[in-house]
Design a protein around this ligand. Structure first.
Ligand SMILES: Cc1cc2nc3c(=O)[nH]c(=O)nc-3n(C[C@H](O)[C@H](O)[C@H](O)COP(=O)(O)OP(=O)(O)OC[C@H]3O[C@@H](n4cnc5c(N)ncnc54)[C@H](O)[C@@H]3O)c2cc1C
Length: 490
């Protein structure tokens, strides 16, 4: 005969939760977890000296979001006073810091702590697990970045991705000459959000300025409708990603005409930039002021390959040497999804080994062999044409529900089933070949080595992600229950 548990039905399991990183995701997750599992003890380890992640680390001239700010913010914490339609990085950082203060999650952060590894050391192969936990390697570290940049007169800018596109207009205004080298072509679209965005920034298209701030502050309902309006237009762009459709054809035509018009002064740049693949194959790069800067007399654009760099000089493949004062490499990030530190699951499985061909997680957030480990911003979590935060918040919501279940039902270990991941992969294998993403472009969406698989993007629209993540399918998970949670992380 079984014995009755020595606790009341609503006594929660006192979980100890560790979040790595105090960027927008980590902070958002901690806010939600406090609501969904109020008895959990939460610690956030952050290697930097400040919250904000991306927006703390990226300080190049012109750094900004390229999604309208009114959409690039937490849904639950609307800021009516964004200074610009595409707000500068500094302002986004201040917003994130403000949210962390307001929700008192800053006090959960241990700054200057670098996680060096995670090892699953809880649970057994069978039977009840009494306690499942992750042990961490961590190290204290000071701030690692330098601050100010010295403005010089002649610069060389390498790359034609999102960062280069933001940097160029600033360099063009401040430098005597700018040499801009781009290896590949790219589509430069109008800002995301189509007609809604165009209407908002009609008065100042180059810099994305807008004038409605006063109205937003006084009429929150109007602001809410405005946000929905912009978001709706961004969502309407999704059908452009399916080749041969009317949206894809007219979308491409619109981008081509816009580029040709703005580059009319230097038509050879349009010829050099026009890619063979469809818009959206790699991330579309709307850049207010970029095309306008390219045609200015002090900007010298080239597709010439750089074969060497020495002090104050770059060497081109045709033997030309170009003297410069500074070189800016806007050549992108490591987007392989391979973990930056060892993560060891049960039976000694290393995540880097499991993902050696392609990173792959169930709904982007959980991986078989790694119980109680959730990722925000994992493989297949991004959107190509809207705010990442919409999907990230949905993932956070899903994870919060998992943690709530663990706490309420005394689940000490939950692990996604391998067959659930396989079903998700099959869905993606069927979905992506219907899109422009599988065309022959180089893109961080396709960081996987195997079969040119798309690992960056969610397989569907942001709305599809929201709907999918709204209600967890618990039958896709294995659960182990325990009477007590002991010990701690770290
Ligand atoms: C220049 C730039 C512009 C962008 N513009 C847009 C945009 O317009 N729209 C959009 O949707 N997205 C944009 N993005 C994407 C942006 O990164 C995400 O929208 C979002 O900020 C990611 O937040 P995060 O918290 O998931 O990750 P991050 O901001 O990268 O935060 C991760 C945190 O984890 C910490 N960390 C990492 N490793 C460790 C470790 N081992 N130990 C301890 N701490 C660790 C880091 O220090 C960091 O604070 C942009 C990105 C860049 C780089």
């Amino acid at each position: 005969m079984g014995s009755l548990p020595a606790r009341s039905i609503d006594t929660p399991l006192p979980l100890r939760i560790l979040i790595i990183g105090a960027g927008i995701s980590g902070l958002g997750l901690s806010i939600r977890l406090r609501q969904y599992a109020p008895c959990a003890t939460i610690t956030i380890l952050e290697k930097n000296a400040e919250v904000g992640g991306t927006w703390f680390e990226n300080r190049y001239p012109g750094v900004a979001c390229d999604i309208p700010s009114h959409v690039y913010q937490y849904t639950f914490e609307p800021n009516t006073q964004w200074s610009r339609f595409f707000s500068p990085g500094e302002e986004i950082l201040e917003y994130v810091k403000g949210v962390a203060r307001k929700y008192r999650v800053r006090e959960l952060v241990e700054f200057g702590k670098v996680v060096r590894g995670c090892v699953w050391d809880g649970g057994g192969a069978s039977g009840l697990c009494v306690w499942g936990r992750w042990a961490l390697g961590k190290k204290r570290r000071g701030r690692s970045r330098g601050g100010l940049m010295l403005w010089l007169t002649v610069r060389a800018l390498i790359g034609v991705g999102s960062s280069a596109i933001q940097v160029l207009p600033h360099l063009q205004r401040k430098c005597k000459d700018v040499y801009h080298f781009a290896r590949g072509g790219t589509w430069i679209s109008e800002p995301f959000g189509g007609a809604a965005t165009q209407d908002s920034i009609a008065g100042d298209k180059d810099s994305g300025n807008y004038e409605e701030r006063g109205k937003f502050k006084d009429d929150l309902e109007y602001y809410w409708k405005y946000r929905k309006h912009i978001e709706r237009f961004i969502n309407l762009d999704h059908p452009c990603l399916f080749p041969g459709t009317e949206s894809a054809i007219s979308g491409k035509e619109g981008i081509m005409q816009n580029m040709k018009k703005k580059l009319a002064g230097k038509p050879e740049i349009y010829e050099a930039l026009e890619p063979k693949w469809s818009p959206g194959c790699r991330r579309l790069t709307p850049g207010p002021g970029f095309l306008e800067a390219l045609v200015k007399d002090n900007v010298h654009f080239s597709r010439m390959k750089i074969v060497g760099v020495s002090k104050n000089e770059i060497l081109l493949e045709n033997g030309t040497r170009r003297k410069v004062d500074a070189i800016i490499c806007a050549t992108g990030f490591d987007t392989s999804f391979l973990p930056r530190f060892p993560i060891e699951g049960h039976n000694g499985t290393l995540l880097s080994e499991q993902w050696k061909d392609t990173a792959s997680s169930y709904l982007s957030l959980a991986t078989p062999n790694f119980p109680n480990l959730f990722t925000v911003g994992g493989p297949n979590s991004a959107t190509g044409g809207g705010s990442l935060l919409i999907i990230f918040e949905s993932i956070i919501g899903y994870v919060a529900k998992c943690v709530q279940k663990m706490s309420r039902e005394h689940v000490c270990r939950m692990e996604v089933k391998a067959e659930a991941l396989r079903a998700w992969e099959e869905y993606m294998e069927a979905y992506f070949p219907t899109t422009v993403h599988v065309e022959a472009c180089t893109s961080w969406y396709k960081a996987g080595k195997k079969d040119n698989r798309v690992v960056g993007l969610w397989p569907g629209s942001s709305l599809h992600a929201r709907k999918t993540l709204e209600h967890p399918r618990w039958e896709d998970w294995d659960f182990r229950y325990g009477r007590e949670m002991e010990g701690s992380v770290g």
